[in-house]
Every structure is written in C-alpha cells, then in structure tokens.
Design a protein around this ligand. Structure first.
Ligand SMILES: Nc1ncnc2c1ncn2[C@@H]1O[C@H](COP(=O)(O)OP(=O)(O)OP(=O)(O)O)[C@@H](O)[C@H]1O
Ligand SMILES: [Mg+2]
Length: 401
C-alpha cells in the first residue's frame, strides 16, 4: 500500500474554527532556542515531509515544537523551562499556515525563563483569550508513548480527554480551569478542617463546573465509541475493543442507554459529596468529581472482554492507542471542517508489519491533509510511498535532501 497516489486535499472548502477561517497547511516553521534547535527555519510542502535522523538528533523535538503551537505546552509533558535550549534564557516557535485562498496566518509562542513569561500571538497580536489561539493549527501527533494513555495511570486518560475537548469545545478549557481552581480551594478548606457550611460554599461551583466537564466527556465518548471500535477492528485485522467513560460520580439513572441530562448529573454529584462528607473530612481531600474519572478500554468480544490496561498485550495496547488517535483526528476534522496536520513520530517501529500496513491503509483511506513523519531509518518510508519530501535532521539542524 502506498500513499503516493494521494492528492493533497483541495483545501478550498475548508471550514471555520471558532469563527476563524481555517488553514490549509503548515508552510514554515521557525525555531529559536527550542530544545536542541538554535535558529532554524524550514519550509514544508503542502503534502508533507519525511524527517530522517539518528536517535537523539531532534526529530521528536521538532514535532514537539510544531504541536506546541496547537496547545502551547509540550506533548511530552515537559515543563516550558525544559524546552529552552541549554545555556539560553528563552525559546520562540513560529509557524506560518497557508489558508484557503493563499492567505498566511502566523501562530507564534515564546517563553522566557525570567518571570516565566509566555507570549502567544496570532498574526503578531496577542489574542484576547488564550482559547482563541489554542487548536489553531489543527494537528495530531501519533507517538510511541501514546501507549501510556491506554496502559498508564488514569491521569493520562483524563489529560487526553481534556486536551481534545479543549481543542474542539469552545468553553471547555475555561470550565476546566475554573473547576481546578475551586477544587484546590476546596481541598485547602478540607485540610484546614473547615466546617460543613464552609465546605458547602465550594460545592455549588465544584458541581456546576464539574458537571459541564462530565457532560462534555460523556458526550464525546458516546459519540466516538463506534469509531474507536471500527478503527481498532481495522488495524488489528478483526479484533474487538471498546472504550467507555467511567465517571467517578455514579451515573444517575438505571437505564444505561438513556442520555443523562445535566440536572441528573448535578443531583448525583451533590448526593455523592454528601455521602463522602465524613471520609473527605478525615482524608482532607475531595473524593468525587471529574478529577477522578476514568476512561475504560476493553479488548475481546463483549462476553469475554477484558481490561486492556491490565490484560492487553503490548501490541493490543499500542493498537488501541493508534485507534484513539484516529478518533482524535476524526474529532478535529469535524470541528475544523478540514484536515488536521498529521504527525507520526516513529510509530511504525512499534507495530508489527501487517498492523503498520493497515495503519497506512487507514490513513490513506481518510482524505487527509499534510503529513509529517519521522524515523531513524529511511527504509520505513517505503511504506509511505515516495510522495513525501525528505529532510535530514542532525544535531538540531534540518535540511531538505
Ligand atoms: N532544552 C534542551 N536544550 C538542548 N538540547 C536538548 C534540550 N532538551 C533536549 N535536548 C536534546 O535533544 C536531543 C533529543 O532530541 P529528540 O528527542 O528530538 O531525539 P529524536 O531525534 O527524536 O531521537 P529518537 O530517535 O531517539 O527518538 C537529546 O540529544 C537532548 O540532549
Ligand atoms: Mg524521538
């Protein structure tokens, strides 16, 4: 299977995202003191690029820089200070996107160690709200460490949900930040042995913000369940897997199929807090809410399905992680009304050859946009066809070959 036949999507009927006209592709990236890049400017073709370099040369760093312009954080979970090139005091990343009609949009982010100052700009101006800039470039990264979402602790799964929902739901990030603020304050009150009435003062806000998060997560998982199962089945060559939202607040109705309204969640949350009140006072921490939610992955036919985290093989977990990223791509595609930029960080090394081939086939079957793929071995790109321009990365320098 080759991707060589893929035509770049016209990009002429791109949609709007948060009221902006959406991009077509990433044309240029400029890096200054980002990780091991000192001062690099690279142009990419519309179709994409194959980035080849030995271990430790900067392949993942480059994708990290590009994705920084999507969420303004490291996808590897690194702190901003860690992204500053050793021995320097700030970094800057700027991406130029070409939109339908040929107009350019630049998204830039800079971070200075001193005062921990982060500045984000769109076409040179700081947006009114951070939410206006996030998700602007529309990108997805597939990495080998994605398996942690499936095999690691629940925090990784909540982080996954939070990122994708922040990208596609206009208010999600603000609500999440409000929830976290209230949670911190409520925990502080609990630790200080606050009275029940003092605690109750936090409950309203906690439940209100918490239920918005729960509703958004529940809706997203419900919408994506079938897609996840379909992708998993395709990549694995016929095996079954499922994804389910398991909120820490018990679902308020007996009927699992019925959609639960906001009122139901609010009552359930308050009820749960009431039942946990004594334990919370003893432990000094909030024991219910979206900060304790789970996303459950199972593999196998419904009658004998087992938890993927505890019982899945490494390959099954990896397959689920790839399927999850594909669902993420589908979510972005729907929200953007256009193709996201797809970045693959050395993912084929982690899958057996049939699975790798089916992933490529799947990606080829989608009408996809720009693709950036990394690998230490040029031979891996045989799988991708010869449609991608080749670049070499060595010690933080990037050259088209
Ligand atoms: N803040 C920093 N300043 C300078 N160099 C850094 C910084 N952070 C990481 N590096 C360097 O970046 C290199 C790792 O780059 P990267 O993770 O992109 O490698 P890679 O090409 O993806 O390798 P692999 O094939 O092993 O995944 C290491 O040599 C590391 O020392
Ligand atoms: Mg790497």
């Amino acid at each position: 299977m080759k991707l060589g036949h893929l035509e770049p999507r016209g990009g002429l009927e791109k949609g709007r995202f948060f009221g902006y006209f959406y991009r077509v592709f990433l044309q240029r990236i400029q890096l200054r003191n980002f990780r091991n890049f000192e001062d690099e400017t690279v142009d990419f073709p519309e179709r994409g690029a194959a980035l080849i370099g030995d271990n430790g040369q900067g392949k993942t760093n480059l994708l990290e820089a590009i994705y920084y312009l999507e969420i303004f954080r490291s996808f590897r979970g690194a702190r901003d200070e860690q992204l500053i090139r050793f021995g320097t005091d700030h970094f800057r990343v700027e991406g130029s996107l070409v939109e339908a009609g040929g107009a350019e949009v630049t998204v830039a982010a800079a971070y200075r160690r001193e005062g921990r100052r982060k500045k984000v700009t769109l076409n040179g101006d700081e947006p009114q709200r951070f939410g206006e800039a996030i998700g602007r470039i529309g990108a997805i990264v597939f990495t080998a460490s994605d398996v942690e979402i499936v095999a690691g602790g629940p925090a990784a799964r909540r982080r996954f949900l939070d990122i994708i929902l922040s990208l596609v739901e206009p208010d999600y990030l603000a609500v999440l930040q409000r929830y976290r603020r209230i949670l911190t304050q409520r925990n502080e009150s609990l630790r200080e042995g606050a009275s029940p009435s003092e605690l109750a003062a936090w409950n309203h806000g906690l439940v209100d913000a918490g239920c918005s998060i729960i509703e958004a997560r529940a809706r997203w998982v419900a919408e994506q369940r079938a897609g996840f199962a379909r992708y998993y089945e395709k990549i694995s060559g016929g095996q079954q897997a499922s994804i389910d939202y398991a909120p820490s607040i018990p679902k308020p109705t007996g009927d699992r199929a019925a959609p639960i309204d906001r009122h139901g969640w609010i009552e359930a949350f308050h009820g749960r807090l009431q039942r946990l009140a004594e334990r919370e006072r003893r432990r000094g921490v909030t024991l219910a809410g979206p900060h304790r939610d789970e996303l459950k992955f199972r593999v196998g036919n419904s009658s004998d399905a087992v938890g993927l985290r505890s019982f899945g093989s490494a390959g099954q977990q990896r397959t689920a992680a790839v399927a999850l990223r594909m669902v993420e791509a589908e979510t972005l595609r729907a929200a953007l009304g256009g193709e996201p930029i797809i970045m693959l960080d050395d993912v084929f090394a982690e899958l057996d050859p049939p699975r790798s081939e089916r992933v490529v086939e799947l990606l080829a079957a989608e009408e996809w946009g720009q693709v950036l793929v990394t690998s230490p071995k040029p031979s891996e790109f045989a799988l991708m066809g010869d449609s991608l321009a080749e670049y070499r990365i060595a010690a933080g320098t990037l050259r088209r070959v």
